[in-house]
Design a protein around this ligand. Structure first.
Ligand SMILES: [Zn+2]
Length: 305
């Protein structure tokens, strides 16, 4: 499943190519991949919309859209060019003045790729966004656990289409004390807290195991028993694991591909994830495997306490 580093890789790839472009139209071949609003409304609303921003929040990809009626969306001016002169039109009535986001969650096997229009459609391509430069943004998802959403941040949160997410672990403003404060409030296993998107955003099974190993903390350890010093170590380990993975363009342990269809390289460098029974890189003992929060969890009994 794509986690923070994998989603960050896609977002960073797409941003310079998408900002300033216009979505001319959208075709859905599996309409229920759209979870909000109704697929027909979704298709109507994105047609003609300009893309103003591309960012990541947790494991979500957010394309900030300009309403079709705004001059910046219609004129197709290049990014950085003159935008929004004094003739700005009133906002699109259906969007109530606030700009919406086209939200993509990749689920287990989702792939969001920017592709030349001549490239044949791959199987399991559920949505195609036709861009004004002739290219296509294609959403492909064999297992269909992913989803597409459209709405303002406020509307998606209040309708519970998007969860309330915890802080971004790689945000410079996210302090070790904040992590400690959050751990103190939880009586569940450390691993379960790391997987909880409301506690910390973007961490999944791979980077929870990796950062707990780096921090020498046992995944089953109850979160509120962790000392301030250990919380600091975990804070640092989380950043190290995530930033290293971003630098290596993500882990392709399964179907993850970047926006160009290429695999990442971090899977070659993982310390514990997927290595149950293999020797610990620190002490040489075989790594153990347990299940926590329904997820396979690999750790070293000697090195992690
Ligand atoms: Zn060990």
């Amino acid at each position: 499943m794509p986690e923070l580093p994998e989603v960050e890789t896609i977002v960073a790839d797409l941003r310079p190519h998408l900002v300033g472009r216009t979505i001319e139209r959208c075709e859905l071949s599996f309409p229920t991949i759209v979870r909000h609003p109704e697929p027909e409304q979704f298709v109507d609303a994105v047609a003609g919309a300009g893309i103003e921003s591309v960012r990541r929040r947790g494991k979500f990809i957010l394309l900030g859209l300009a309403p079709p009626s705004a001059p910046s969306a219609r004129s197709g001016r290049p990014p950085g060019g003159p935008k929004r002169s004094g003739e700005e039109l009133p906002p699109h009535h259906e969007w109530g003045g606030a700009h919406p986001f086209l939200v993509v969650h990749l689920g287990m096997t989702g792939q969001l790729r920017l592709i030349d229009a001549l490239t044949p459609l791959e199987k399991h391509t559920h949505a195609v966004f036709f861009l004004d430069d002739g290219r296509q943004l294609r959403y492909r998802d064999p297992r269909r656990f992913g989803r597409l959403l459209l709405g303002t941040e406020e509307a998606l949160l209040s309708s519970k289409k998007m969860p309330v997410l915890g802080p971004e672990p790689i945000d410079p403003d996210f302090a070790a004390d904040e992590l400690y404060r959050r751990l103190r409030k939880r009586r569940s296993a450390l691993k379960a807290v790391l997987l909880d998107q409301g506690a910390i955003a973007g961490v999944g099974n791979i980077y929870a195991d990796e950062s707990l190993y780096r921090a020498r903390l046992r995944p089953s350890r109850i979160a509120n028993t962790v000392s301030k010093r250990s919380a600091r170590r975990l804070h640092e380990s989380l950043r190290e694991s995530l930033e290293l993975a971003i630098a290596n363009r993500g882990s392709s342990v399964d179907t993850f591909r970047d926006a160009w269809g290429e695999a990442g390289a971090q899977q070659e460098k993982l310390l514990v994830y997927g290595r149950a029974g293999e020797p610990c890189f620190t002490c040489g003992r075989p790594l153990s495997v347990i299940r926590i929060a329904g997820r396979t969890t690999v750790f070293c009994r000697r090195c992690q306490r």
